[in-house]
Design a protein around this ligand. Sequence first.
Ligand SMILES: *[C@@H]1O[C@H](CO)[C@@H](O)[C@H](O)[C@H]1NC(C)=O
Ligand SMILES: *[C@@H]1O[C@H](CO)[C@@H](O)[C@H](O)[C@H]1NC(C)=O
Ligand SMILES: *[C@@H]1O[C@H](CO)[C@@H](O)[C@H](O)[C@H]1NC(C)=O
Ligand SMILES: *[C@@H]1O[C@H](CO)[C@@H](O)[C@H](O)[C@H]1NC(C)=O
Ligand SMILES: *[C@@H]1O[C@H](CO)[C@@H](O)[C@H](O)[C@H]1NC(C)=O
Length: 497
Amino acid sequence: MGHSQKPLPHLILVFLIISTFAVQSGGEEGFISIIISEKGLDFVKDLLINEAVRSLTTLQLPVIERSIRIPLIGSVHVTLSNITISHIDVPSSTIKTGEEGVVMVASNATVNISMDWRYSYATWLIPIEVSDRGSATIWVDGMEVGVSVGMEIQEGTLKLSVKEFGCYLEDISINLEGGASWFYQGFVDAFEGQIRSSVETAITNKISEGTMKLDSFLQNLPKEVQVDDVSALNVTLVNDPLLGDSFIGFEVNGLFTAKDEATYFRSFHTNFQSSIFYDGPSEMLAISLDEAVFNSASTIYFKAGLMHRVVDKVPDQSYLNTARWRYIIPQLYKKYPNDDMKLNISLSSPPIMRITSHDIGATIYSDMTVDVVHGYETVSVACISIVATASGVLEVSGNNLAGQAELDDFSLKLKWSNVGDFHMTLIQSVMRALLKTVVMPFLNLHLKKGFPLPIIHGFTIQNAAIQYSYSKIMVYSNVEYTDSCHDHLKQPLALQA
Ligand SMILES: *[C@@H]1O[C@H](CO)[C@@H](O)[C@H](O)[C@H]1NC(C)=O
Ligand SMILES: *[C@@H]1O[C@H](CO)[C@@H](O)[C@H](O)[C@H]1NC(C)=O
Ligand SMILES: *[C@@H]1O[C@H](CO)[C@@H](O)[C@H](O)[C@H]1NC(C)=O
Ligand SMILES: *[C@@H]1O[C@H](CO)[C@@H](O)[C@H](O)[C@H]1NC(C)=O
Ligand SMILES: *[C@@H]1O[C@H](CO)[C@@H](O)[C@H](O)[C@H]1NC(C)=O
């Protein structure tokens, strides 16, 4: 906890970028934006290359069979089988963003391949069949693989498509174990090209297969993250990705929706002011959350009737008996001597959330009805309206954004009373204590849980820092990939809650 105000290193003009989002796309507004920085893209690239290497290693290439003509010997039937990629090394790779998507290039890669060979022939000189068999190793050096992937948002999800693909093997060397020397030369002449194209085809197929898998993974990402049994966060992607020099930005709707009814808030208006220049982070991700996100949450919980509480226990219980009030509100005591009291506090409208340059604040409008338990009857005797302001700081815990608030100020007004008029100043200090010891802890219990940030399952936020600015919060963080399951791309996915 605490203000995270460490100065962040320079990289991109995050705020400027986020501001141009809604403007350039001219589509729907997204209230949460996610920018993947250069460092984040590198991280994704390494993850994808590891995945590709893993799926290519131990891959078996199809059997190659053909007859070759060898001088003096004649036609020799050769079969290459058990052609297996045993090792791939990718020493250098790059990822770049372009106009339509991203371009990933792996270069200087090497591939080790093992295989078994066998040949047989018969000539008029030696009419019986001669055959031999052995194994071979193949070493591919200087392999370059490049893929350009287009990205667009379709029906709220990210759609990938391979725009261009290239695979080039610079050098291929073959080492036969066993076999006659005539065979060796004939073999290299006849099969080098075929092995080369077989490797190229295998890699091309795997990469397009991998892209399709990744695409369906992205298509299947949920459009909503359940927050609790009341609300969900709408993480539907809106507008096309913003492709910058060395980053990609995504926008999600980002508003809270009621779990059971599709309430869609159109009324929140944001201040997409592009005048704030901000040098972005060296962290992998920058997630910006607009004030509207918090206001939508506030509205959902208000509508669900959760912002409502009857207080019948306070730290000093004597306050909830009319005897305690005999001098301050004499009529109360006269009408209901020594009766227990209950306070029914309910919010009269959704709290209004506001983000300032250093914290997040809320203005809370509530009515407190004072009830007296008189015999078997509960009688409402007065109603006080309370306008309180609270503020707090947020923190990231796991993949959740949580917070804690403190009471700043409040004002009281007597709405009605049937125990006579009484001055609000008389109950000021009791009310302060009540708000601080009963209402705020209750509120903080909910705020502590927070809500999930839109992070894909398997990734965990690391070292997050929060920056406040006018009407927006930025979360800068790195992520760690925690899903060790090899086949994670096949699993049904859920955003991590
Ligand atoms: C295929 O090659 C591997 C390694 O070179 C070897 O262990 C395996 O026995 C071979 N499989 C067959 C069916 O020959
Ligand atoms: C590829 O490797 C060679 C030598 O191993 C090196 O000189 C060259 O700079 C490398 N190229 C890239 C793009 O890494
Ligand atoms: C791959 O082949 C190269 C060249 O033959 C060799 O130096 C290297 O040790 C092999 N690597 C593996 C993992 O087999
Ligand atoms: C979620 O956001 C999308 C895109 O803005 C919108 O079309 C959809 O109606 C929203 N869903 C709900 C339940 O509000
Ligand atoms: C508390 O007050 C609200 C509104 O003033 C009312 O609807 C509700 O019934 C009251 N609850 C109790 C338990 O008195």
